[in-house]
Design a protein around this ligand. Structure first.
Ligand SMILES: C[S@@+](CC[C@H](N)C(=O)[O-])C[C@H]1O[C@@H](n2cnc3c(N)ncnc32)[C@H](O)[C@@H]1O
Length: 299
């Protein structure tokens, strides 16, 4: 089947109404996007940045009568004219196939590769993590994941223990285990993430060294050498006491998922008892936190 994509730009209030109209009128997918220089992230407790113009795009079966559709939208919103729009005809594609072809092996820090499970690793003798993210976040392509992977790949992790808080596909815990960690734990609030992590751990022959569970089920006494949490700034701040409590004296806490302009705010929540170094990749910062003293204060 072929598809029609109808795209137009509007101020945010009207864009929301048109998006709802597209859905009512049978769109199989609707996307809203703004100025690429003003990313908007769906984070709790944060007022979203505001776009001045929003692009609305609706995908319809090509049998839809676009003229009728646009007239209905114009009447519904009491408009004289609809904003300028354009209509594209899209050939049918196997969208999953397209995504799979675009997802290529990623080389991190000299010795580590993250490879889609359906491709042959380019360097069979390297440390290869074969990955199928499934429905979970964590293909290894995002800068927030790469910042963590790069830190891990440049450390001696032999016999260390690691907690991956918000494990998604399990990419960080599995990479750490393949880099020499003795034991890892992965927790996630999303059940799909735990399934994907388990499957990926099995595919990488590390399932016997990775314990996976909901965060509430984690042993309260567990402390590890490395805690890595790639979530979002506000979540990291909310989870601070929890994360701090998991770091062994002399351990390291990696905080990722932080936009550059949020880094100071997150660091301020942890710097009472941690020395913090910051690394950046594109718009994102990784905070590498090491305890100031052997005893980590929790507040
Ligand atoms: C950005 S993904 C990171 C996935 C993977 N660790 C990576 O680095 O690519 C964040 C993950 O954290 C999980 N998450 C969000 N809030 C959480 C919370 N409060 N506790 C545990 N996991 C959480 C999400 O379900 C998601 O799988």
């Amino acid at each position: 089947m072929a598809w029609l994509r109808v795209t137009l730009k509007a101020e945010p209030g009207l864009a929301e109404k048109i998006s709802a109209g597209f859905e009512d009128l049978g769109a199989i997918a609707v996307t809203l996007s703004g100025d690429p220089d003003t990313p908007i992230f769906d984070e709790p407790e944060v007022e979203p940045a505001s776009w001045t113009t929003v692009t609305v795009s609706g995908m319809f079966e090509d049998s839809v009568n676009v003229e009728d559709l646009l007239q209905t939208l114009t009447k519904r919103n009491d408009l004289k004219d609809l904003p300028t729009h354009h209509i594209e005809s899209l050939a049918d594609e196997d969208w999953e196939r397209v995504w799979m072809d675009r997802y290529q092996p990623i080389h991190i820090g000299g010795r580590l590769w993250i490879c889609p499970s359906w491709q042959t690793p380019p360097q069979p003798d390297a440390i290869n993590v074969v990955l199928d993210p499934g429905l979970a976040f964590g293909s290894g392509t995002h800068p927030t994941t790469q910042l963590c992977l790069s830190w891990l790949a440049n450390r001696s992790l032999t016999d260390k223990t690691l907690l991956d808080y918000g494990c998604g596909s399990g990419v960080l815990a599995i990479a750490a285990l393949k880099l020499g960690c003795q034991q890892a734990w992965g927790v996630d609030v999303d059940a799909q993430a735990l399934v994907a992590s388990r499957d990926n751990a099995q595919a990488n022959q590390v399932a016997d060294r990775l314990d996976l569970c909901h965060p509430d089920k984690l042993d309260p006494a567990l402390k590890v050498d490395v805690v890595v949490a790639n979530i979002l700034a506000q979540t990291l701040i909310s989870l601070a006491s929890n994360l701090i409590a998991r770091v062994s004296p002399g351990g390291t806490l990696l905080l990722s998922g932080i936009l550059n302009d949020q880094a100071e705010q997150v660091a301020a929540r942890f710097d009472h008892s941690f020395n913090i170094q910051r690394r950046q990749q594109e718009d994102w910062s990784l905070l590498v936190a090491t305890p100031k003293t052997g005893k980590i204060e929790e507040n």
